[in-house]
Write a protein that binds this ligand. Structure first.
Ligand SMILES: O=C(O)CCC(=O)C(=O)O
Ligand SMILES: [Fe+2]
Length: 213
């Protein structure tokens, strides 16, 4: 599938703020219930504009295809997964993984190892409700740390068992923001990036421990 290798990206569209420093002083934890939580740090990633430009140009993006009933359908976003030992597309993304591993080690008990990248080209690109439940996330508490780059998009969350009447939550993820889903979040909650009427390009990098997808 063709896609632009250069995107008209105006960093002035995004709220100017202090340059990210991969620090955790300003991080805020939101308890969701059922043992799930979300940590949010705004403007966390340094050099987010440069990371954006580099990722659009250098990541070998591929269109995801998925079997649905008897058809193979396009999943509306581009993806690329960096496995353990792979070089990440920008040194800041490696530094981010190291900072996350160090900060969360006491709680997670292991480092972040893989980096899944997603590219939402415009508001029509999205990801449907799901939990990252392939592998250990299905049975154990774990963490998925997401860095967002580019236009703001909402990460929506809802309890998997919606019979308990809990509301759908949403966190707006802006340029350089960090959001970490932790505890039981992957098995007791679902998340999605809903379509919107209009949005510019946005990428996410999801750091996961081994055997969590
Ligand atoms: O792009 C995002 O922020 C979320 C992506 C996601 O949930 C996934 O790829 O599993
Ligand atoms: Fe996910």
């Amino acid at each position: 599938m063709p896609y632009p290798r250069r995107v008209d990206f105006q960093s002035t569209l995004f709220a100017p703020g202090p340059a990210g420093d991969l620090g955790f002083d300003g991080i805020e934890r939101h308890e969701l219930g059922s043992g799930a939580w979300v940590d949010v740090a705004r403007g966390w990633l340094p050099e987010a504009d440069d990371v954006f430009t580099t990722m659009v140009a250098d990541v070998p993006w591929r269109a995801e295809r998925r079997r649905m009933y008897d058809r193979i359908v396009d999943v509306p976003r581009l993806v690329c997964t960096y496995m353990i030992g792979d070089d990440l597309p920008h040194p800041v993304l490696t530094a981010a993984r190291e900072a996350l591993s160090e900060h969360y080690l006491p709680e997670l008990g292991e480092p972040f190892r893989t980096a899944g990248c997603c590219y939402y080209r415009d508001g029509r690109d999205s990801v449907a409700w799901h939990g990252d439940r392939i592998g250990r996330g299905n049975t154990h508490d774990t963490m998925v740390a997401i860095v967002s780059i580019g236009d703001p998009r909402r990460l929506a969350l809802r309890p998997r068992d919606r019979a308990d009447g809990a509301e759908t939550l949403a966190f707006e993820m802006g340029h350089g923001d960090l959001l970490v889903m932790g505890g039981s979040c992957q098995r007791t909650w679902e998340h999605a990036v809903p379509k919107v009427a209009s949005a510019g390009p946005r990428m996410s990098v999801q750091y996961r421990p081994l055997n969590v997808f």
